[in-house]
Design a protein around this ligand. Sequence first.
Ligand code: ATP
Length: 245
Amino acid sequence: MIILENVSKHYQNRDKSRFAAVAPTDLHIRAGEIFGLMGYSGAGKSTLLRLINLLERPDTGKVLVDKQDLTAMNDAALRRARQNIGMIFQQFNLLANRTVEQNVAFPLEIAGWTAEQIRPRVAECLEIVGLTERAGHYPAQLSGGQKQRVGIARALAPKPHVMLADEPTSALDPATTRSVLGCLQDINARFGVTIVIVTHEMSVIRRLCHRTALLDKGKLLEVADVQNGEVLAQSDIGRELLRED
Ligand SMILES: Nc1ncnc2c1ncn2[C@@H]1O[C@H](COP(=O)(O)OP(=O)(O)OP(=O)(O)O)[C@@H](O)[C@H]1O
């Protein structure tokens, strides 16, 4: 479903020297799996995630999603392809002056859906995340967990095959985290959406992910098949994370 071939991304240090936020990386994420990107702060997790939908353009390499080479597309084609890739953010990124249902409708308006198409799809997505009763509320009237559910409903609305989640539960307490992870799990199981999730918490990997990669200093150190009982133990950082867990 997602193939990264030799992708890398460099930024400048203050002294203008360049460093690799993501060193040349190959990664293959299968259709229907929940895949974790794990590592300490600054490891390059968010950058790697944002390379998947080309929010960051790679300096080298190719990004294929659903057999389409995003790196070869012009802007218009890329905008269309991105409708197949939902994104969920740590700080929710909701529009404050729009109600819950208007937030969920937003990507559909951008994609050119008609009002008749939008209404039932928004209702369906709010039902999936359990927020039907809050449709007319504004983000400021919601708890953190409810805000993230709106973020999930918004990402799901255009019926994407892939959802990218950047630390979606880092701003939430443990009980709310469990319920938001349950919501993502439900969406994966019911609709087969491939989910890539960035986290620095081993508990999120354990609860949610089928497989996970471990990154450090821009390098992919190892991949573990969590679903089949594998743990991150091939690298020093992996063993350190396990000890801390
Ligand atoms: N736009 C940017 N310009 C310059 N440097 C950046 C930019 N984005 C990220 N970086 C740097 O690239 C490195 C990797 O950052 P990234 O956010 O991908 O890591 P991360 O593993 O997601 O960490 P965190 O959990 O702290 O978000 C860091 O050193 C960061 O400071």
